[in-house]
Design a binder for this molecule. Structure first.
Ligand SMILES: C[S@@+](CC[C@H](N)C(=O)[O-])C[C@H]1O[C@@H](n2cnc3c(N)ncnc32)[C@H](O)[C@@H]1O
Length: 244
């Protein structure tokens, strides 16, 4: 499985946008200089994520992770695992493309992000969507989300966290899965022991075992590459199950 990142399309018209990559590069430079870009505590990172959406002024090129399309590795998996009305939760949903793919595959989907502006933007992009978009914090979710979702989908949020927050994210995600349900994780990957200077901070197999320490069982793991321009970026798609 291989996937190509970043569509480079105008988020409003869908037309090919020749200046997209240029504006994204400029945004990356600007965002890297903001407080909280390279780590920090929970408040620092929250402030940075909010600043990304607040300063983008409606231009998806200025949101570094916005592909304006669902991840191919997700769509591929959903082809074999349709929802049939089961409940799904999309974590750190950003501009909503993955959540829309979950809903299109038959999941009754809730999607959340800590950034209210991301939620507003997703609602604006997908008017009339069946997805329930809501602002929430992975580390302080609504109490009725505990053990509630047949499928929890996490794409690129853990790799955007560092230190204590990253450590806490494994249990925080596991808690949301219903007994008998699944957690689907898409992430950049690296070998154990290989240093990385994020963000993002790719996950190693040793770190991914944090989901097992949080009570889940690994049921599938697939390595794949994402090509961005000249770069080939190793990824893992992993599925974990919570005992019924
Ligand atoms: C790297 S982006 C990935 C966005 C999306 N999942 C995707 O695949 O394009 C990480 C997202 O997680 C959100 N986020 C970060 N920390 C969060 C938290 N504690 N609770 C909820 N969302 C969070 C950010 O605002 C951002 O939209």
């Amino acid at each position: 499985m291989a996937e190509e990142g970043m569509s480079g399309r105008d988020s409003r018209t869908g037309a090919a946008d020749p200046r997209f990559a240029e504006r994204r590069d400029a945004a990356r430079d600007r965002l890297d200089d903001l407080f909280g870009a390279k780590g920090g505590d929970k408040d620092d990172r929250c402030a940075w994520f909010n600043a990304v959406y607040d300063t983008a002024e409606g231009d998806a090129a200025a949101v570094p992770w916005a592909d304006l399309a669902p991840k191919a590795a997700l769509v591929d998996w959903l082809g074999d695992h349709p929802g049939g009305g089961a409940r799904a939760l999309d974590v750190g949903c950003g501009l909503g493309d993955n959540a829309e793919a979950l809903a299109a595959a038959g999941y009754k989907t809730t999607a959340f992000d800590l950034a209210q502006r991301a939620i507003d933007w997703a609602r604006q992009r997908f008017p009339g969507s069946p997805v329930h978009y809501t602002a929430a914090d992975l580390f302080a979710p609504p109490t009725d989300w505990a053990d509630a979702f047949d499928l929890v989908h996490e794409c690129y949020t853990v790799q955007a966290l560092h230190g204590d927050l990253r450590e806490a994210s494994f249990a925080a995600l596991a808690r949301l899965v219903k007994p008998g349900g699944r957690l689907l994780v898409l992430t950049r990957s690296r070998a154990d022991g290989v240093e990385t200077s994020g963000p993002p901070w790719p996950l190693s197999p040793g770190e991914l075992s944090g989901f097992e320490a949080a009570g889940l069982r690994l049921s599938e793991s697939t390595a794949y590459d994402v090509q961005k321009g000249e770069r080939i970026i190793p990824h893992i798609r992993a599925v974990y199950v919570k005992a019924a």
